[in-house]
Design a binder for this molecule. Structure first.
Ligand SMILES: C[S@@+](CC[C@H](N)C(=O)[O-])C[C@H]1O[C@@H](n2cnc3c(N)ncnc32)[C@H](O)[C@@H]1O
Length: 353
């Protein structure tokens, strides 16, 4: 195992391919360096020097990479669902920290490797491999594999991946945090907008035996996968996956709560299409008990929230949410930035009085 003084290098697939998806990648190459010589030569307008040969290459043609810690001689490779980190013992230093891990489905040319690495570098500028490494280190201590829900959670992720669902669920640490909040607050009825394959739903319900969860999902395939996963986890009697568009379903639930035919909720987790967040928040506010939390995920987006020149619809929607919730009577809120295996984001955490 590499020592504490190890140097970390990490990477992720370019955004167009949607993350590392470790099960799909069969080779891993460390290219070095992107900075140093090459950027200096670009600045002085000389011809770029020849690309350095990758100095570290793992080919794994028969078996896809798995989440976990691998050892290759003195190098450790930590693979999480969203990042791959290579750590080197001090004997290997100096290694340029601008070195980049490149994942390839098949052997690529040095030019392709360089282009991938260049795209990757813009992302690593806003991420840090230590975040994922800390999740990988801490989770087995705070939630050992012997816990009863370990298999159900892992199976839900595997089945969702097999069904082709995007790998955009909360991280394990975030799922457990939300579940612990529900336990501490004694929540008996919770609401989620955005079920995906049911991963966060399984966290909430499996950690809280007295909790009933209503979770809303628009995509019929996701609904089917989630229901199967929740059934396999033995939670179907307490988790209701409602198929429909969030705004429509929430309006109906709100009417039921008002009519007294449904109990008010003690916690709401909003994690669906981000452009409707403010609408979801307003509806959620009308059907929660006093002192309930409404949590809205993914509002920070690697800091884009505060980049006022960024006008992407999702970012504008996040700003609208943060600003409006800040002015909303009877609501106190905070934006909490989060880092971890899912890189850098954050959620809006609001208490409705
Ligand atoms: C980020 S994923 C949810 C992840 C899930 N909470 C977890 O952590 O396991 C977002 C989900 O919201 C769903 N969604 C998107 N638009 C929606 C809408 N208008 N109403 C309900 N669900 C929607 C997507 O289909 C997707 O499954």
């Amino acid at each position: 195992m590499a020592s504490q003084a190890a140097c970390f290098v990490s990477g992720s697939m370019p955004p167009t391919t949607g993350g590392p998806h470790t099960d799909k990648f069969k080779s891993l190459t460390l290219c070095c360096p992107l900075g140093g010589e090459m950027s200096r030569s670009r600045n002085s307008e000389q011809a770029p020097p020849q690309l350095p040969a990758p100095f570290f290459n793992i080919n794994n043609p028969d078996q896809p990479f798995q989440v976990g810690i691998l050892q290759f001689g003195s190098l450790s490779v930590i693979i999480t669902r969203y990042s791959i980190t290579v750590s080197f013992p001090p004997a290997h230093l100096p290694i340029d920290p601008a070195s980049t891990v490149v994942f390839a489905k098949s052997p690529s040319t040095p030019l392709q490797q360089h282009n991938m690495a260049a795209r990757d570098n813009t992302d690593t500028a806003r991420s840090n491999p230590v975040w994922g490494a800390v999740d990988s280190y801490a989770l087995p201590h705070s939630h050992p594999a012997s816990r009863p829900n370990t298999k159900a959670l892992a199976d839900a992720l595997a089945a969702s991946r097999e069904a082709g669902l995007p790998e955009i669920s909360v991280s394990a640490a975030q799922g457990k945090f939300l579940a612990l909040h529900c336990r501490a607050a004694g929540v008996s009825h919770a609401l989620e907008v955005g079920t995906l394959g049911g991963y966060s739903a399984i966290w909430l319900a499996s950690e809280n035996p007295g909790l009933h969860l209503t979770t809303v999902e628009y995509n019929a395939v996701h609904v089917e996968v989630a229901r199967r996963n929740i059934e396999a986890a033995g939670l179907s009697d307490r988790v209701d996956v409602v198929h429909g568009a969030g705004v429509d379903v929430l309006a109906r639930l709100r009417d039921e709560v008002r009519a007294g035919t449904r109990p008010p909720f003690g916690f709401v987790f909003i994690d669906a299409d981000k452009v409707n967040n403010w609408e979801y928040f307003q509806l959620a506010k009308q059907m929660v008990k006093p002192n309930s939390v409404i949590c809205v995920d993914n509002v920070v987006r690697k800091g884009k929230l505060a980049d006022l020149g960024n006008n992407e619809p999702v970012i504008l929607a996040s700003r609208l949410l943060v600003e409006n919730v800040g002015k909303e009577p009877g609501v106190d809120s905070v934006v909490l930035q989060t880092v971890g295996e899912k890189s850098y984001d954050g959620w809006l955490w609001a208490v409705v009085s």
